[in-house]
Design a protein around this ligand. Structure first.
Ligand SMILES: Nc1ncnc2c1ncn2[C@@H]1O[C@H](COP(=O)(O)OP(=O)(O)OP(=O)(O)O)[C@@H](O)[C@H]1O
Ligand SMILES: [Mg+2]
Length: 259
């Protein structure tokens, strides 16, 4: 299962990606955590010290030149060794003896523009993502750049579940609806809306075009306190409550894949 997390800035995409990935790893899954955002926060949200964060692939001109070149873009770039060689292991929270694990790949924004070899860098990112999606039978969590503009075919091709994250506000939901519509046009219909920092899903939402399936995540007080001291969103006192929601979210995504 390949799950992408999209939404407006600051709504909780990275937090949810970290929670779902950690939940699956604790259940024994092998999970690729893919940071496809310039903010590069998925590693730290998952408990990795900043000093251990790898350089984003989009900035690795050496590799881009080696694998893609600067002239004609090769869509058959050799990338099958890259997931292992570029990834760093992420700690799995609390007492993991399930055999599962998480590995972080830091890509940078997939549609990044500008710079001498941005186009080639983008081709390498896409080739690597496609490889992880299509050739690996693992779970993949993709933390996308905020907003609608970055949602393109390259970012969602091969993704089979989209989590659209929103705050419970009209403006936030409008962005969520725009993301949902665009993803639908790209063929990604298995979508769940997460209303973050919301105790319960309201009976009706005033915005049209939102994903039909909706789940809420309540405000987590332990995270509010944690944020002052650390960027990690894992190992919170409310872990059971978070896991219960994550389990429901995951079940919705699995069910949607079979429809
Ligand atoms: N349910 C929640 N309860 C309390 N705090 C939360 C909750 N969800 C997210 N947060 C906090 O809100 C902040 C924003 O979350 P996060 O970084 O996951 O958002 P994002 O959508 O990835 O942002 P960006 O667009 O900058 O990438 C973080 O400090 C996070 O710890
Ligand atoms: Mg983020």
């Amino acid at each position: 299962m390949k799950i992408a997390f999209a939404g407006k800035g600051g709504v909780g995409k990275t937090t949810l990606a970290a929670w779902v990935g950690d939940y699956l790893a604790r259940k024994g899954a092998h999970v690729w955590m893919i940071d496809a955002d310039t903010a590069l926060s998925l590693g730290q949200a998952s408990g990795l010290p900043a000093a251990e964060l790898p350089a984003p692939l989009v900035t690795r001109e050496d590799l881009v030149r080696e694998r893609i070149g600067q002239g004609l873009i090769s869509i058959s770039a050799q990338v099958d060794d890259l997931p292992e060689s570029l990834a760093v292991g992420l700690p799995v929270s609390s007492g993991n003896d399930s055999g599962g694990g998480k590995r972080l790949l830091v890509m940078g924004t997939i549609a990044a523009a500008g710079g001498g070899c941005a186009c080639s860098a983008n081709a390498l990112l896409k080739a690597l993502l496609a490889h992880v999606f299509l050739e690996r039978d693992d779970y993949v969590m993709v933390d996308l750049e905020a907003g609608v503009e970055h949602l393109g075919r390259g970012a969602v091709e091969g993704v089979d579940g989209l989590v659209v994250v929103s705050e419970p506000s009209f403006r936030g939901l409008e962005t969520a609806a725009a993301i949902s519509e665009l993803a639908g046009q790209l063929g990604l219909d298995n979508q769940v809306l997460v209303l973050n920092r919301t105790a319960a899903v309201p009976e009706s939402l005033a915005v049209e075009g939102l994903p039909e399936r909706v789940i809420s995540f309540p405000p987590i007080q332990g995270l509010v306190e944690r944020q002052l001291a650390s960027p990690s969103v894992l190992g919170l006192p409310e872990q059971d409550e978070i896991d219960e929601r994550v389990g429901r979210l995951f079940a919705l995504l699995e069910e949607g894949r079979c429809r």
